[in-house]
Design a protein around this ligand. Structure first.
Ligand code: KIV
Length: 264
């Protein structure tokens, strides 16, 4: 059974961590068999499962429903669940109540979005037995504030602020960091500066692990794929083989390639 300790050990031993989003039991079993260490019940389900334009409409009830389904399908992987928009930003107590529901549904760790300002919440949850995965950089729940899905942390000042976000969550006791949509050089700098594992998506090859949205890596999400996406169904005979190819590519460092990363 993969735990936060397993992942911390993998960081120190320079073994890459393979993570995928997952929303239901059959895919959970398949990914688990393929050796995916972390199954993220992402609020991206609002876009890829429910058909919304953003993750904002996803409710806590939706997240608990999908978390329970993934938990029933998986045996070995660590299950992470997103705290959805509006369910945790108001107060630490609100965050604890929402996180407790996700943990009751089967999550082993909760993911929340936000920088320095969210570190107090990370500390509050961690102190109360809930491991936290802090998502920084391009945080999709803030898409309206960003004016779109835009790369973050570009330029010295923005890079310093993102590094400060990472350090704040580390000091608050975050078990992991998720780095999204930042230059590869910043992904490397943050990964080398913190003791907890970093999982990247569009954050370069030097993160301790990688995550992709399942529908993106299977090439079934319509529209133009983001730069960091690779379709692992290309050249494969089926979904199990594609997931195995993803795990292998993350482990051997061939994904992400130069074509998937953001420059400074
Ligand atoms: O919800 C999600 O799928 C995410 C991705 C960025 C990994 O947080």
């Amino acid at each position: 059974m993969i735990t936060v300790n397993t992942l911390r050990k993998m960081k120190t031993e320079h073994q890459k961590i393979a993570t995928l989003t997952c929303y239901e039991a059959s895919f959970a079993a398949l990914m688990d068999n393929a050796g995916v260490e972390v199954l993220l019940v992402g609020d991206s389900l609002g876009m890829v499962v429910q058909g919304h334009q953003s993750t904002l409409p996803v409710s806590l009830k939706d997240m608990c429903y999908h978390t329970a389904a993934v938990a029933r399908g998986s045996r070995n992987a660590m299950i992470a669940a997103d705290l959805p928009f509006g369910a945790y930003q108001q107060s630490k107590e609100q965050a604890f109540a929402a996180a407790a529901e996700l943990m009751s549904a089967g999550a082993h760790i909760v993911k929340l979005e936000g920088g320095v300002w969210m570190a107090e919440t990370t500390h509050f949850l961690q102190q109360r037995g809930i491991p936290v995965w802090a998502h920084i950089g391009l945080t999709p729940q803030s898409v309206n504030a960003f004016g779109g899905f835009r790369v973050q942390g570009r330029g010295d000042t923005a890079a310093q602020l993102t590094l400060a976000d990472a350090k704040a969550h580390e000091e608050a006791g975050a078990a992991m960091l998720l780095l999204e949509g930042i230059p590869a050089s910043l992904g490397k700098r943050i990964t080398e500066s913190v003791s907890c594992p970093t999982i990247g998506i569009g954050a370069g090859a030097d993160c301790d692990g990688q995550v992709l949205v399942m529908h993106d890596m299977l090439g079934i999400f319509p529209g133009k794929a983001a730069k960091f996406v690779k379709n692992f169904m290309d050249g494969q005979t089926g979904i199990q083989a594609a997931v195995a190819a993803y795990v292998e590519a993350v482990k051997n460092g061939s994904f992400p390639g130069a074509e998937h990363i953001y420059a400074d």
